[in-house]
Ligand binder design. Structure first.
Ligand code: SD4
Length: 331
């Protein structure tokens, strides 16, 4: 019997016992045991995100603390980074593709396995919010390019110039060599993947990015691909990724990590195995970074990456913490 069902059944059985007057009146210990079982079954809220996005987890925590859903928590947390012009890999201020256009990818997934995504969408400041509309207001999971943008306008989103002066200046500089070469942990790596568990114990996740800087026009990475950049299974847990998306797609990384947790691995062990699979496929190639994070149904978390330098933030009742992740390759 699964632990959850066991707990459910044992608390139900104990509750049944309490309904008989004899035991209810004479057995305080039984009552205590029931309370204990119920307490251990009640879930504690937590928010966890890739990198050290303090403001995003703080926002998500505020939602959770006020009794909000994990879905609202991850959306609102992700929106903080989308609106930050200093984050050059998410939302406004994101680095453009090689033609100078900022194209955004995002997805969101809820406790029931519903999901929505937008791919290579231009001119809209909060792709995660459009992804949620795709999930809730359409029969589809993914909308791409002009179709996604048109849908966003229909839903009341405003047209915004996403290319900031800073990102434009850097792109003009880049054009002088036009060398496509992600620098580990520095350039191109600040995608936010965010996972949360609410007071009901329900899990949701979101992931949003402008993708790899100076990518081919139309290139889409892992971030808006359900199973690759993000996966949630409310029975088991959730995972999300940052880094070179092509490699995450090749192993369907986030889905893999959730399935490994289903088989009994801790979030930490599952993230480590996710990275090992990628390294095994790459046969000695090490010039790229990937970071995975995961949370299981009990609120335990984990994170792992290829190169040192990746960290993830957690916010729960026990505090607001930046957790440096262990890495496959050592410094
Ligand atoms: C992508 N995974 O488009 C994203 C990039 C990223 O931090 O994570 N940047 O491949």
């Amino acid at each position: 019997m699964q632990r959850r069902n066991f707990l459910k059944n044992s608390s139900a059985a104990a509750a049944g016992l309490l309904s008989t007057p004899l035991i209810a009146s004479c057995n305080d210990q039984t009552k205590k045991a029931v309370t204990k079982v119920e307490e251990s079954f009640s879930k504690k809220p937590i928010a966890i995100c890739t990198w050290n996005f303090e403001n995003a987890t703080a926002k998500a925590w505020e939602v959770l603390k006020n009794g909000g859903s994990s879905l609202d928590a991850v959306q609102q947390g992700a929106m903080i980074e989308e609106a930050d012009i200093n984050n050059q890999t998410v939302g406004i201020g994101g680095r453009p593709d090689r033609d100078g256009n900022v194209t955004l990818d995002a997805c969101i997934m809820d406790k029931d396995g519903n999901c929505g995504a937008v791919l290579a969408m231009q001119n809209i400041a909060s792709p995660v919010s459009v992804a949620r509309k795709v999930m809730e207001d359409t029969p589809h999971v993914m909308l791409a390019g002009l179709g996604a943008e048109k849908f966003a306008y229909e839903k009341g989103f405003k047209k915004v110039n996403l290319l900031t002066e800073q990102s434009k200046k850097e792109w003009e500089e880049w054009k002088k060599t036009s060398e496509y070469k992600p620098v580990i942990n520095i350039e191109n790596h600040d995608t936010i993947g965010i996972l949360a568990i609410d007071a009901n114990g329900d899990i949701s996740g979101a992931c949003t990015t402008s993708g790899m800087g100076y990518k081919y026009a139309g290139r889409v990475g892992d971030s808006p691909i359900i199973g690759a950049g993000l996966f949630v299974d409310n029975e088991v847990g959730a995972a999300t990724a940052t880094g070179v998306g092509e490699e995450v797609v090749r192993t369907v990384g986030s889905f893999l990590i959730v399935e490994l947790m289903r088989q009994g691995k801790t979030p930490q062990e599952a993230c480590e195995e996710g990275v090992r699979r990628i390294m095994a496929k790459n046969k000695g190639r090490t010039d790229f970074q990937i970071g995975f994070i995961a949370v299981n149904k009990n609120g335990e978390t984990g994170g792992y990456c290829i190169h040192p330098g990746f960290s993830y933030r957690t916010y729960s009742e026990t505090g607001h913490v930046d957790n440096p992740a262990d890495s496959f390759l050592k410094a």
